[in-house]
Write a protein that binds this ligand. Sequence first.
Ligand code: UDP
Ligand code: MG
Length: 321
Amino acid sequence: MGNPELSVIIPVYNEEAGLPALFDRLYPALDALNTGYEIIFIDDGSRDRSAAVLRGQFEQRPDVTRVILLASNAGQHMAIMAGFEHSRGDIIVTLDADLQNPPEEIGKLVEKVREGHDCVGSIRQQRQDSAFRRHASKAMNGLRERITHIKMTDQGCMLRAYSRDIVEAINSCKEVSTFIPALAYSFAQRPAEVEVAHEERHAGESKYSLYALIRLNFDLMTSFSLVPLQFFSMLGISISMLSALFVVFLFIRRLTYGPEAEGVFTLFGIAFFLIGLTLFGVGLLGEYIGRIYQQVRHRPRYRIGAILEKQATEDTKVTEI
Ligand code: UDP
Ligand code: MG
């Protein structure tokens, strides 16, 4: 058995309710492509019955299904990393488990990679998410566009396809906090984008709380840009220069009008504003330093509990690690 042409990587976290519907659409969609494929599900330390459901599916289609069970929750992007490291296909597609990105669209992306594009992104048409999510995404997309060199129309859509070269490059990175579409784009030589349909989450709820979303966006900004830090250096320089002018101004007033003590509240206002800005700057610095700290500890990025896969030579084999 040679390597399949296509690997589909799906991170799964507490998705027991939606998985059967995913299987019902995913397998026929891939069978219809008439090419060799493997589906790698990564259970990201789910606390519901997702792992058992995946085990059941593996028994149904061991020929094309592989399941990696992570020992604990490592996050969507690290789960995908685990999938990348175990993938064998020439074309690697990432897909969410919640059916927001229709599996029927995979063929479109595969075709683009076959045409020679090494990193194929997707743009969600009529995105079916809450208004808050849509607006926040738009704002973050715009910010990323300005402060990094990464050009993507829709950074949040995870239905993407990569060539083996790109995935090998990603595998050689040992980053602990990253954003896969941006990392892939930074290695791409011939990126392309296609439009894909978008649906409402089939079952369950989004696994991203507001806090998790903020963390993810910090991962994106800090991993691919130093502009926030430079912005603060520039701001510091400008404020120092303005204060110097202000001191000269006050000095002249002192000489012309004598001592004055009015405007205390204006002074408070300015002081609070500057204290706020300073705290924000310190916090931002902390975001970078915290990530450096995590990186230098060299802890494993994820721990694999078990891998369910059929060995090339004999029957179904379950590798328990
Ligand atoms: N996911 C994961 N680990 C996590 C959070 C999410 O593997 O810690 C998976 C989740 O099961 C889904 C995908 O990542 O397949 C995207 O998550 P979700 O649909 O909740 O994100 P949203 O669409 O709200 O951005
Ligand atoms: Mg989703």
